[in-house]
Design a protein around this ligand. Structure first.
Ligand SMILES: Nc1ncnc2c1ncn2[C@@H]1O[C@H](COP(=O)(O)OP(=O)(O)O)[C@@H](O)[C@H]1O
Ligand SMILES: [Mg+2]
Length: 237
């Protein structure tokens, strides 16, 4: 894991701030991160209490949300959430594991993986081969024709990990991927993410508030809960 001395960072964050405007005109400051440089092959846990901006940060890193201030450079280029090219960039460059799994309910596990492969431009035969090999490794080969609802939570989350890494994207974002799992399954999913992302030298950034999960990551970014501002810009106690 880690980088060679001359390698450029895959991801660079500069003076990032985000706030949401509330319907009553007040502003909710949710994120402040002054600088971060992360390299291919690294694994970072983003920790912090509920409401500290973990999901917002991952949305910004996936170019789904444009930060209020600052910038995120990916491979030296600034992310632009509203730009028409961002959807294509995301499909090719990002694998996303959602807290609530989000597998397509009307498709089998294998089809879920193949659809993800198609969206990210993996040739059909290669996607089929990679999907089967991942499912075999995850002990899910025998469940490949089942719909997600037939699987246990742990199995579903492992399938979601396989789907996120199918195209070996440079960046894998995982939003509390173990939140709904027991300790044993949480550990299995975490180890799987670390192992698969290590193999493809993907940069893994996982939001978590689970202490056991946090400890398995070599790098940790702690977020703090920020203040809410009223219409006049004063801090709401
Ligand atoms: N689209 C939104 N509009 C307004 N407030 C939001 C929006 N999304 C999140 N928030 C608020 O921003 C804060 C941070 O949310 P989030 O990024 O989901 O934190 P975490 O993932 O750490 O729990 C929370 O107080 C949440 O209610
Ligand atoms: Mg969240």
């Amino acid at each position: 894991m880690g980088q060679s001395p001359r390698e450029a960072p895959l991801l660079e964050i500069r003076s990032l701030r985000h706030e949401y405007r509330q319907p009553d005109g007040s502003r909710l400051r949710v994120l402040r991160l002054d600088s971060l440089r992360a390299f291919r092959g690294e694994a970072l846990a983003v920790a912090g209490p509920s409401g500290s901006g973990k999901t917002t940060l991952l949305h910004i890193l996936a170019a789904l949300v444009q930060p209020s201030e600052g910038e995120v450079l990916f491979d030296g280029r600034s992310l632009r959430a509203s730009h028409p090219s961002s959807a294509r960039w995301r499909a090719l460059s990002v694998g996303y594991v959602f807290q609530d799994v989000n597998l397509l309910p009307d498709f089998s596990v294998l089809e879920n993986l193949l659809i993800a492969g198609e969206i990210s431009g993996v040739p059909r035969a290669a996607a089929q081969e990679r999907a089967l090999s991942l499912l075999r490794r995850l002990g899910l080969e025998g469940r490949r024709h089942n719909r997600p609802a037939k699987l246990s939570l742990g199995e579903r989350q492992r399938a979601a990990v396989a789907r996120a890494v199918l195209h070996a994207p440079p960046l894998v974002l995982a939003d509390e991927p173990t939140a709904s799992l027991d300790a044993e399954n949480a550990r299995a999913v975490t180890d799987l993410l670390l192992e698969l992302c290590g193999e493809s030298r993907s940069l893994l950034i996982a939001a978590t508030h689970d202490e056991a999960v946090k400890k398995r990551f070599p790098r940790l970014v702690e977020l703090n809960k920020l203040a809410e501002l009223n219409k006049e810009g004063r801090i709401v106690p």
